[in-house]
Design a protein around this ligand. Structure first.
Ligand code: FES
Ligand code: MG
Length: 590
């Protein structure tokens, strides 16, 4: 039985052009080298790409090299033809000067592949932080049927009977090292134990957050985000995703039918409920803008801030991915939100059904890990949006602000939520590392550590450097965290009380450029203001002194990235690329 696709497959233009056998022969012959026959390519089956993000230098996603066989089997069994190709790799921890440079690069190269080859639908393999937004951004630009599959988080890490999670163990162990409580060897053992298997970070860091967001957007099969990489269900999910990719190609279920403003607002809500990474902010804005959806600064407050934290997972809570998966994963969290009337259940998803239909019967199975909406881990746990004389936009992840912090920085007794601190300003992370233990800086528990030159233009790429730890002398006295502020980002696995993604950044003349060590910074969590208490005339004088220097571009891409990329508040996207959407409507000429 032959099925008729809802829209003719674009691969027909390559392989089945009447009167152009010279052209089609040229296109057809080389695929025989690995076993695909011309007849098969001409018979009208959809060609389903597998965008392979795993490799030896992208170890978080490496399991996709094996999962690809299961994806292929699913595609074949459902009547499609798989074609696997590499995505530009992104490895968060290892890429210098920062993996953030690669999100837009991976995006742009994936657009060229999806647009320029005979592909009718695509499985985008994701995992490590930026692989998910890069893939979804590209799927929107081209607008062909697309579905994401992540490789799954690692198994839970254990060190001497204590749960140790990716990234979070590093920040916590650094403090122990600084306080002289552990040595370098023990530090390495703790880090190694946090990574017991294949997979991406097992905390609710940026990887788990972004894969949860793909589910919230409706771009992956329900339950996909949290299944640990080595579990049997991970292979089954890969197979089912391959099958489904063929169906969405026939149904012409494209990202533009799924990625609506309401689905992005759902993603913002889910980010709060899971205690998601602060990197969700630029990535959600970037994906939305490429989908033609506007996410305003106020949306984070109006739709995300007041919601509770429901997932008890590091860094905001206690547990790790395996337990989260067994508790029901992302569908169980969305089910809580839906029941409480905080999710738009009417949004279409890659299953061909709505969110509400997908979520039926997905109640949590472990209430220590996924809490009920009316008995959450924390109330009002979303990103607080701040502005003031230092920047127009920054966020603070409130789910990780401790009681100790709240007491220590209270500006006046009884004035809840108003804090004051003395600024210690660093120009980039080398400067921070050189000077943080300098006694001359006189850093005490009433200071705020500020880092600048770490935004998209300054770094370049925007670096995860805002989660700075206090000097050793303070750690030894038991002061384990200081508030921080910066125009860079911070790791999603960090529990530091930070004001980050400050835009505009100092490198383009944002207010952090004129801030000086010793200035008092006042933060009002009630009104979302953050100001340096410096007179206007003095600000003008300092502005005349210029912008702190940042390193020159070292590669052609760094230079191009700087030329074309906007601020984190606007998603840090290649601004010109926003104008291209739905390129698959027009097949490129022969
Ligand atoms: Fe790749 Fe965390 S470093 S997922
Ligand atoms: Mg990260």
């Amino acid at each position: 039985m032959t099925r008729t696709p809802a829209r003719p497959f674009r691969s027909r233009e390559w392989f089945d052009a009447p009167g152009r056998s010279d052209m089609t022969a040229l296109y057809l012959e080389r695929f025989m080298n690995y076993g695909i026959t011309p007849d098969e390519l001409r018979c009208g089956k959809p060609i389903i790409g597998i965008a392979q993000s795993g490799s030896d230098i992208a170890p978080c996603n490496r399991i996709h090299l094996e999962l690809a066989d299961r994806i292929r089997a699913g595609i074949r069994d459902a009547g499609g033809i798989p074609m696997e190709f590499p995505m530009h790799p992104i490895f968060e921890n290892c890429r210098r000067p920062t993996a953030a440079l690669d999100r837009n690069l991976s995006y742009m190269t994936l657009v060229e592949i999806l647009n320029g080859y005979p592909i009718d639908g695509v499985v985008i393999t994701t995992g490590c932080d930026k692989t998910t937004p890069a893939g979804i951004m590209a799927a929107s630009t081209v607008d062909i049927p697309a579905i994401t599959l992540n490789g799954g988080p690692m198994l839970d890490g254990w060190h001497e009977n204590e749960l140790v999670g990716s990234g979070t163990v590093i920040w916590r162990s650094r403090r122990l090292l600084g306080a002289g409580k552990i040595d370098e060897e023990e530090f390495l053992r703790r880090a190694a134990d946090s990574a017991p298997s294949a997979g991406h970070c097992n905390t609710m860091g940026t990887a788990s957050t972004m894969n949860a967001i793909s589910e919230a957007l409706g771009m992956s099969l329900p339950g996909n985000a949290a299944i640990p990489a080595p579990y049997r269900e991970r292979g089954q999910m890969a197979y089912e995703t391959g099958r489904r990719a063929v169906e969405i190609a026939y149904d012409d279920l494209r990202p533009s039918k799924i990625l609506t403003r309401e689905s992005f607002l759902n993603a913002i809500r889910v980010t709060t409920a899971i205690g998601g990474s602060s990197n969700a902010q630029p990535h959600i804005v970037a994906m939305a803008r490429h989908a033609g959806v506007e996410i305003r600064h106020e949306d984070w407050m109006e739709h995300g801030y007041d919601l509770p934290l429901l997932v008890n997972m590091q860094p905001a809570g206690k547990y790790l991915s395996e337990r989260f998966h067994r508790a029901g994963g992302v569908p169980a969290v969305m089910w809580e939100l839906l029941k409480a009337g905080k999710l738009d259940g009417g949004q279409m998803t890659v299953t061909g059904r709505t969110q509400a239909e997908n979520l039926e019967g997905r109640e949590a199975k472990d209430r220590e890990v996924i809490l009920p909406f009316d008995k959450p881990l924390k109330e009002r746990a979303g990103f607080l949006v701040l502005k003031g004389n230092l920047f127009d936009f920054a966020i603070m992840k409130t789910s990780v602000i401790s009681e100790e912090f709240r007491r220590r920085y209270l500006a006046e007794p009884g004035r809840e939520g108003i804090f004051e601190a003395r600024a210690i300003v660093f120009d980039g992370s080398d400067d921070y590392h050189h000077r943080i233990n300098d006694p001359g800086l006189d850093i005490d528990e009433h200071c705020i550590l500020v880092i600048r030159g770490s935004g998209p233009q300054g770094w370049p790429g925007s670096a995860e450097v805002v989660n700075m730890q206090p000097p050793d002398a303070l750690l030894q006295r038991g002061i384990t965290s200081l508030p921080t502020l910066g125009d860079g980002r911070q790791s999603g696995t960090s529990d530091s009380p930070s004001i980050l993604n400050a835009s505009p950044e100092s490198a383009v003349g944002g207010g952090l450029a004129w801030l000086r060590t010793g200035d008092t910074i006042r933060i009002d969590l009630n009104t979302g203001r953050c100001d340096a208490l410096v007179e206007e005339a003095e600000i003008a004088r300092r502005e005349g002194e210029g912008i702190p220097e940042t390193p020159a571009s070292n590669t052609p891409w760094e230079a191009l990235y700087r030329e074309k990329t906007g601020q984190l508040s606007e998603g840090g996207v290649l601004e010109f690329a926003i104008d291209y959407r739905g390129t698959s409507k027009k097949v490129p000429r022969h």
